[in-house]
Design a protein. Structure first.
Length: 386
């Protein structure tokens, strides 16, 4: 009976962890849906602007055509006048000779000059108007091209969110299956014999691995969602930043209890082709010791889960790097806060999937876990900055 009671307790714990992970995924799906709605609104606005610019460009082209026709007409009239003077220059002289007085002669000469000057002014004015219309159309076409680029970027972001949504929904379905299996095992437990204990224990271990993995992935899904709407860009290097290394040790007096890479510990979830894989470095200092930001960055996520990372902080850095600080007793920063290298971000704890007080320090580059060691000062943890 003791074995059965132990299995019942483990099943209950797994059920609670799975439901907590499921709740996290639900929140991620809600955030995803909200972001998709915002993007759809932006896309609609951009499409409306493109349509409006299309109307303006078409109108500009129509007015350009009308002006071009008027300019051609004015040019034709001037050519006719010039041809008439060239072919029959005497007619102009006759017109001037018929003046009845010097005053009349001057008036006729002035009228000819005014007529010629007026024709030139009209042609110049029309040409200027046409040039301005063409420039306006070019500005509108440039604005349209910019809006099309913006629309394409928004559509790309929307496609990424939709792909992420599909992943989240698949994870949610897997978790729901685990929850249903656990509930079934709990109902059947009283009817099972102790001989089945080993089989149930093996199933529990696999189930716990899946729950921990789902909880951890939910965190990085939320980080990915945050990155969709927050461009970190190039973060200026702070004045006290290390000149030799990208990172400093987040716990300078710690001992390394577990390195990065494949693990023999059953509680480490699977990753890639490995049945158990540790995606970070575990550092041990006394409970409540301060944990420092390894690099300049922006706080992307602060959260908590009953399994996986427990209480955690994620910081986004330049170049697609993200660092996670897990199993904290408490976080000391807020989402959106800019931090410099060495800023306290939390206190060491033993929350989540933890067997004792320690810090889980994880580095991901473009969402892929990477060994942090090459980015840190070499050797054992230290306060060295260089």
């Amino acid at each position: 009976m003791a074995v059965i009671d132990q299995i019942r307790a483990q099943l209950g714990s797994n059920l609670a962890d799975a439901m907590a992970a499921q709740q996290q995924l639900k929140q991620s799906l809600q955030d995803n849906a909200a972001q998709q709605q915002v993007l759809q609104g932006k896309i609609s606005d951009v499409v409306a602007k493109i349509a409006d610019l299309d109307v303006q460009i078409a109108d500009a082209k129509r007015r350009e055509a009308i002006l071009a026709e008027r300019i051609d007409a004015e040019r034709a009239q001037l050519r006719q006048l010039s041809r008439a003077i060239y072919v029959a220059p005497g007619s102009v002289l006759v017109d001037l000779a018929e003046a009845q007085s010097l005053s009349d002669l001057l008036t006729r000469i002035s009228d000819l000059n005014v007529a010629g000057g007026r024709a030139s002014e009209i042609k110049a004015s029309l040409a200027s108007d046409l040039d301005e219309l063409q420039k306006q159309r070019q500005r509108e076409e440039a604005a349209r091209a910019e809006q099309v680029t913006q629309r394409d970027l928004l559509n790309s972001e929307l496609a990424q969110l939709q792909a992420l949504q599909a992943q989240q929904e698949a994870s949610m379905a897997e978790l729901q299956t685990k929850i249903a299996q656990t509930q079934y095992e709990l109902r059947q437990l009283n009817n099972q014999s102790a001989q089945l204990a080993q089989a149930v224990t093996d199933m529990l271990q696999q189930q716990q691995d899946a729950i921990i993995s789902a909880a951890m992935q939910a965190v990085w899904t939320q980080v990915q969602l945050w990155a969709q709407s927050n461009n970190v860009g190039q973060i200026p290097t702070s004045s006290g930043h290390s000149t030799q290394y990208r990172f400093i040790w987040p716990e300078p007096q710690a001992q390394i209890s577990q390195p990065f890479g494949p693990s023999t510990y059953w509680f480490e979830p699977p990753y890639g082709n490995y049945p158990h894989f540790h995606t970070g470095i575990d550092l041990v200092e006394p409970f409540g010791s301060p944990v420092y930001a390894a690099d300049d960055g922006v706080v992307a996520l602060v959260g908590s889960s009953s399994s996986g990372y427990g209480n955690y902080v994620v910081i986004a850095h330049s170049g697609g790097l993200d660092t996670l600080y897990g199993h904290l007793s408490t976080a000391l920063v807020k989402v959106g806060q800019s931090v410099t290298q060495g800023t306290p971000v939390g206190l060491e704890g033993s929350s989540g999937n933890s067997t004792g007080p320690h810090l889980h320090f994880e580095l991901r580059i473009n969402q892929v876990p990477v060994n942090p060691a090459p980015y840190l000062p070499p050797g054992a943890p230290s306060a060295f900055r260089g």
